[in-house]
Design a binder for this molecule. Structure first.
Ligand SMILES: NC(=O)c1ccc[n+]([C@@H]2O[C@H](COP(=O)([O-])OP(=O)(O)OC[C@H]3O[C@@H](n4cnc5c(N)ncnc54)[C@H](O)[C@@H]3O)[C@@H](O)[C@H]2O)c1
Length: 348
């Protein structure tokens, strides 16, 4: 297949490109490098010369995107490009709706204009908001009620895709989509070719590794008085390789008319304290912590019920052990203490 990957210079998108080319597909990366790294795309170009192309392009550029999809004879779109900081989305909601919601609209429009019939969208467990305790682990049937603009900016895209699929069905044109609602994504390519380099970093595990390596002095735990066994929040960590494998399974299973929604998680959670302890164990370094106040909108426990994708597509996460997930991240981190380089990902 010829696949357009938006956000392919970012953390998850770059790992998806790697898996696509390893499976014999051709990839066109579209990324405006606002949060991603040209260096990540260059690694991919060197791994699969002639099978990965890169375009510095914003997903808001509808006509250009349609032209690229046509000239590259794209069969499918994997849409990762987005801004993804919850706090930033509260401070700059319109920027999130423009980039994530209007950006997705533009990409869906371009796919329609170019006759591309398969679309896989990076959605998020943030679309569930703060589900009632009796609904955790969360199934896809759980009500969606985001508690921040980031979650809403994604949920609106799910809605647009449903309506686009309805229109295609009524008009007899082939269109199929899947929205994958990721839980917490972690880890890196086990061969150390790609890794996680968000600037600034907001995810727990890479922050722990930054402290372990001495890049940060200490880290803050946001609340230890939650109704959980050790008082800290519990999250479901899925390895980025398992996540991109799920994308490949979904992409290959999509049939015209499909509308699929899948949670992507492991189905078991780890508390913040358990994560920090695991990072101490894997790295062999102390990780000093300070205790801070709760952050608004942090539910005590978010874990996935991953039964649907297991039942329908036979998906099983290979990495179910947190230490193994951290080991892959730590390997890349140690080999690349500056991430993709001091100049990389300065942001726009
Ligand atoms: N990392 C997680 O734990 C997690 C969890 C749930 C959902 N997600 C979703 O997965 C996707 C990928 O996340 P990530 O962690 O790889 O983020 P990332 O920031 O590493 O990658 C996003 C990429 O999209 C690009 N981009 C952003 N806006 C763009 C635009 N307008 N035009 C073109 N390119 C643009 C950025 O430059 C970057 O390369 C996002 O959609 C995110 O919302 C991530």
């Amino acid at each position: 297949m010829n696949v357009l990957v938006s956000g392919g210079a970012g953390y998850i998108g770059s790992h998806a490109v790697l898996r696509l080319v390893e499976n014999g597909h051709q990839v066109l990366i579209v990324d405006n490098l606002s949060r991603g790294h040209r260096e990540a795309a260059a690694v991919l170009e060197s791994i699969a010369p002639g099978r990965v192309a890169f375009e510095d392009c914003d997903i808001l550029e509808t006509e250009r995107l349609a032209g690229l999809m046509t000239s590259h004879r794209c069969d499918a779109v994997l849409h990762f490009a987005a801004l993804a900081y919850v706090g930033e989305s509260v401070e700059q909601p319109l920027r999130y709706y423009r980039n994530n919601t209007a950006g997705a609209l533009s990409l869906i429009q371009a796919a329609e204009d170019a006759g591309v019939g398969r679309f896989v969208f990076s959605s998020t467990c943030a679309t569930y908001g703060e589900p009632p305790v009796d609904q955790v682990p969360i199934a896809e049937t759980c009500g969606q009620s985001p508690v921040n603009p980031y979650g809403w900016s994604k949920l609106m895209v799910e809605r647009m895709l449903i309506d686009r699929a309805g229109q295609a069905r009524a008009g007899g044109s082939p269109f199929a989509f899947a929205a994958l609602r990721y839980f917490n994504v972690a880890g890196a390519d086990p061969e150390g070719r790609l890794g996680e380099d968000h600037r600034p970093e907001s995810h727990l595990l890479p922050i722990c590794l930054e402290v372990a390596s001495g890049k940060r002095e200490s880290m803050t735990i946001f609340g230890d008085d939650y109704d959980t066994p050790d008082g800290t929040c519990i999250r479901d960590y899925v390895h980025v390789i398992d996540l991109v494998n799920a994308h490949l399974l979904v992409l290959e299973a999509l049939e015209p008319g499909d509308q699929r929604f899948y949670n992507i998680g492991v189905g078991r959670g780890y508390s913040v304290l358990e994560c920090i302890e695991a990072c101490r164990r894997v790295t062999g370094h102390p990780i000093p912590v300070t205790m801070g106040a709760r952050r608004p909108g942090d539910p005590p426990m978010l874990t996935a019920n991953p039964d649907r994708i297991r039942r329908e597509l036979g998906f099983e996460a290979r990495y179910t052990n947190l230490d193994e997930i951290i080991e892959t991240a730590w390997r890349w981190f140690q080999a690349n203490p500056q991430g993709y380089g001091p100049e990389a990902g300065s942001g726009r």
